[in-house]
Design a protein around this ligand. Structure first.
Ligand code: ASC
Length: 148
């Protein structure tokens, strides 16, 4: 009886902690979440891009706001690429080569943080460089891990 109680408690504890670790109800929700986050990242990144390309005037506060959004959102998609969340446009390599994927994700977050630093300081030349570097991390990861 006592043993059964212990087993039941252990099962209950495991169920509760698994539920806490599983951040999405299912793969479809995870795919939807990461695609949504990347869509918003793209919107704000492209607004900086327009300035960098000379298609829009440089407004320090606007670029700073957009870069802060990109830097903040850059931290979000990765939990939605966890085990069991295969699908969407993600290649199987995201899960089979997760160390490489994690490194690419970290590179992007670091580049986005650097872009944000440049944007807050208001040096357009630095913003241009940091924008280019960030775009390269987006592109590189998509080339390796996104279905064409
Ligand atoms: C974006 C977006 C990408 C990258 C890439 C940068 O806004 O959707 O995939 O930037 O184009 O080179």
């Amino acid at each position: 009886m006592k043993f059964q109680k212990i087993v039941l408690s252990a099962v209950a504890l495991f169920t509760i902690s698994s539920a806490a670790f599983a951040q999405f109800q299912n793969a479809e929700k995870a795919v939807d979440y990461r695609q949504s986050v990347m869509t918003v990242i793209n919107t704000h990144f492209a607004r900086i891009g327009a300035v960098v390309k000379g298609e829009a005037p440089y407004n320090k506060d606007e670029v700073a706001k957009n870069a802060a959004v990109v830097a903040m959102l850059s931290t979000l998609p990765w939990s939605a690429f966890g085990p069991g969340y295969e699908g969407g446009k993600a290649q199987a390599d995201v899960w089979s080569d997760s160390a490489k994927f994690k490194a690419a994700a970290e590179k992007m977050q670091l580049a986005a943080a650097n872009l944000n630093t440049a944007a807050q300081s208001g040096d357009l030349e630095n913003i241009k460089k940091a924008f280019g570097a960030t775009g390269q991390t987006c592109k590189g990861c998509h080339e390796d891990f996104k279905k064409k």
